[in-house]
Design a protein around this ligand. Structure first.
Ligand code: PLP
Length: 416
């Protein structure tokens, strides 16, 4: 394969891109291509260019594109019913809830929704209700979140997200959140604790904030602190869950379990679904009528997610994540030495960030675009970090090809 290996952008592509510019609300920055289809870890645009997908639809397509078992689950269910509603309950979400509880090691019950933000909204409502049920007044129902976090784009989850760039202009914001200025800093967190705190919520690997893993020590401290002050430990596993780190859930790197865990992205491996898993302490907080979602637990989504969970939660996938992680990290470290661009390479499993040296701060976006032109899809995590989230079943050869293209892109970027 030649690199760069690009066919010219066709008039049809240009027209579609222009149509998108005209008719979309301009909240996304479009790329100069239109994706058509994918297979395994490769995707193609409508002009016939192929790309190695080291982004997996932002940690969504964890079993790659067009996985036969997922396609079968989806089409089989589509022939039965797409949506009987939560009033007349279908079978697939029951089976999925059962499987999530069985594999979780802590959860007793599950609530289904359609996205990560909605799963976090459910968790936030549960925290408030749990505290209210104990007779705690609203000013004693605060939730601690961390600098660099990302919890979603709804008004409340954007407030939970302790990054001003996501909040500015959307004030007034809902109240009841307290930000800890340093992630992984036990002293900074300790200073905020008290009986006015109802929960501590964090990502076990911060994603959008720069691929920053919570240390084992920190996770264990949060658990102890929550027990001490009578607060809930809530892990947002929307990006780092479903096997992404090499364990089914990120907290499993430490000897702790959360009270509440949220998931979405890879749960449906491409079909939209979110879920909140709740442990014993809070399993009965959301009583009949207290919360709901029209599409939550939709049988198409649940059928796909059940198959996704069975495939991902397997020794074959977990071993592949461990092996491919070594391959990815060592290749990036080698490139880091060769080009002198990386401060460090960090992350867990197949959630890896290459942190750019100061000289290239703010350039992560430009580099991902050069990478795309060299036939490989990678992401940013903030302006200074290149983010790699390949499918969990990517093969050694596919990853090697993707990394070869990243290398060529970095070389081209530096000589441009
Ligand atoms: C993506 C993400 C969300 C939001 O999920 P949506 O499905 O986009 O609403 C929440 N938390 C984390 C950690 C995420 O990465």
């Amino acid at each position: 394969m030649t690199t760069p290996h690009h066919n010219a952008t066709s008039q049809h592509s240009k027209d579609l891109i222009a149509e998108g510019y005209q008719y979309y609300v301009p909240n996304y920055k479009p790329r100069e291509m239109i994706l058509s289809h994918g297979k395994g870890s490769t995707v193609w645009d409508i002009d016939g260019n192929d790309y190695m997908d080291l982004s997996a639809g932002i940690a969504v397509n964890s079993l790659g594109h067009e996985h036969p078992a997922l396609v079968k689950a989806l089409t089989d269910q589509a022939k039965k019913t797409c949506h009987p509603s939560n009033i007349f309950s279908p079978e697939p979400p029951i089976k999925l809830a059962h499987a999530l509880v069985e594999t979780s090691g802590f959860a007793k019950r599950v609530f289904f929704c359609n996205s990560g933000a909605e799963a976090n909204e459910a968790a936030i409502k549960l925290i408030r209700k749990w505290a209210a049920d104990q007779g705690r007044p609203p000013e004693k129902r605060n939730i601690i979140t961390f600098k660099g976090s990302f919890h979603g784009r709804t008004l409340t989850t954007v407030t939970a997200t302790a990054q001003p760039k996501y909040q500015e202009g959307f004030e007034p914001l809902p109240g009841g959140f307290i930000y800890c200025e340093k992630f992984n800093d036990i002293e900074a967190l300790e200073a905020l604790l008290g009986d006015h705190i109802a929960a501590i919520m964090f990502e076990t690997v911060q994603g959008e904030g720069g691929i920053l893993p919570a240390t084992v020590e920190f996770m264990e401290y949060v658990r102890k602190a929550c027990d001490k002050i009578g607060a809930l430990m809530v892990t947002d596993a929307v990006q780092c869950g479903m096997g992404r780190t090499g364990k089914l859930w990120g907290h499993q790197y430490a000897n702790v379990v959360p009270d509440v865990l949220t998931t979405a992205k890879a749960l449906g491996c491409g079909f939209p679904i979110g879920a909140m898993l709740v442990g014993e302490k809070v399993e009965n907080v959301l009583q009949f009528g207290s919360h709901g979602s029209t599409f939550g637990g939709n049988p198409l989504a649940a059928s796909v997610a059940l198959v996704a969970l069975e495939h991902i939660n397997s020794p074959a996938i977990m071993n592949n994540v461990a092996e491919r992680s070594k391959q990815l990290v060592s290749a990036l470290e080698t490139m880091g030495q060769k080009y002198g661009m990386f401060e460090l390479v960090r992350g867990r499993g197949l959630m890896i960030g290459a942190v750019l040296k100061e000289q290239w701060h703010g350039k992560a976006g430009d580099i991902t675009e050069i990478a795309r032109q060299h036939g490989v899809l990678i992401l940013v995590a903030g302006p200074n970090v290149l983010r790699f989230l390949p499918p969990l079943n990517i093969t050694e050869a596919e990853l090697a090809e993707g990394l070869k293209r990243v290398d060529a892109a970095l070389s081209a970027y530096l000589t441009a």
